[in-house]
Design a protein around this ligand. Sequence first.
Ligand code: XMP
Length: 515
Amino acid sequence: MKRELVIVIDFGGQYNQLVARRVRECNVYCEIYSYKTDLEKIKAMNPMGIILTGGPNSCYEVDSPTYKKELFELGIPVLGLCYGAQLMMHVLGGKVELSDVKEYGKTEVLVDKKDSKIFENVSEKTICWMSHTDYISKLAPGFEVTAHTANCPVAAAEDVEHGLYAIQYHPEVLHSVEGTKMLSNFVLGVCGCAGDWRMDSFVEESIKQIREKVGNGKVLCALSGGVDSSVAAVLLSKAVGDQLTCVFVDHGLLRKNEGDEVEAVFGPEGSYDLNFIRVNAQQRFYDKLAGVTEPEKKRKIIGEEFIRVFEEEAKKIGAVDFLVQGTIYPDVVESGLGGESAVIKSHHNVGGLPDYVDFKEIIEPLRDLFKDEVRKAGLELGIPERLVFRQPFPGPGLGIRIIGEVTEKKVKIVQDADAIYREEMDKAGMNKTVGQYFAALTNMRSVGVMGDFRTYDYAVALRAVNTIDFMTAEAAEVPYEVLNKVMNRIINEVTGVNRVMYDLTSKPPGTIEFE
Ligand code: XMP
């Protein structure tokens, strides 16, 4: 399946995964590697093209991430983006300096070289997303300018003879209106990729490979009910049937009725021929979380306890041959195995392997896929749409939607408020247009009055965001009538709440979740 490969070398930019995603949209398989990856390893992978990402550093500073000159002499086309473009110039004998005028955001780029392969079918004036304080003040020998902006003499440059291309802006973000076209021009036009990597064959090939690998072996899977682990479980179940056992840990931090819903799909009454074990471990998690307020500590506790519960169940089953994990490609990159960008939140479901489960090997059938690719695979496997298009729900669940200490009582409040919010959003058809929405419990209590009595109760925060990739997001415009109805119902139906607020913050500066 990985016939044609394009490699993204990551210099710590926040958009590294977007670059890889755009390449895959050209139906070309793409992987991300750190700039610390050895040149020999890169050569051995035999890529059709290499893309260098942006990054937060200045390439002329001594300790900044860099790459040796030989990378540009492999005869493989290289495209440098932002920091990657500057680094290319710096390493090859050009000059990069601090600019007087910094450029951030939407900028008009004027194409100078109309027959540049990068700009094929791109308008002469095109809006792109700039984000830089350094600029290329002198080109490296052999390069020519192919585009500029009002403040930036080198918005793009190329050395066609050696297959080297530099772009100062970020074609990978959707704000760069024709950016995807430029990347596809590089991957298909310059690198000569055929663009025949497709999802159709994924399910079929995976099932075949899994059968060969597993043989008559026993397989164990931790199922959360989320898209990734559900797709992984169904894939395995189709491949090896009841040789598979799925363990579903209900940590008491799930949404209202979620445990029963997962059981209905995967349990004995459900549609799959697998062994399903539900562990009701709610109280254990509440006990461990008592008195803990710090978000990262909560994540860690929930993650560790999850693994302990899972291990105990696994021990009851005895030795298994394979352990299935629903790891997807962004997990691989975020856990630091691929890229270089800063960790903002530690996601507990990444890399947390049970220590004492007796198994021989791990199977990660979705390890190479992005989220929407996983969804496509899910649909092909016949998984119900409502499961496949389920909103993301964090591994630590409501634990990070309750600001401050988590208690059983607070979980009940946020579950009930969230269920009302989701019900009303569904009724209003907002579930089809808004990327992610949920209720959270602020740790704030305030004075109110209900039925002539003073109250001193909690405030619930409603969040709804529009996002394409969950890296950036904007608060969704939920109609006032919907918000008003939700507010009314929450105040009337959920004991312990006397205020409801709507969060207008975008990401950045906020994050989608509150913790
Ligand atoms: P943030 O809050 O970082 O969220 O803007 C981005 C996306 O990631 C989800 N999220 C998590 N998922 N474990 C997860 O599995 C976590 O600890 C976690 N924290 C945030 C969040 O729901 C959103 O979709």
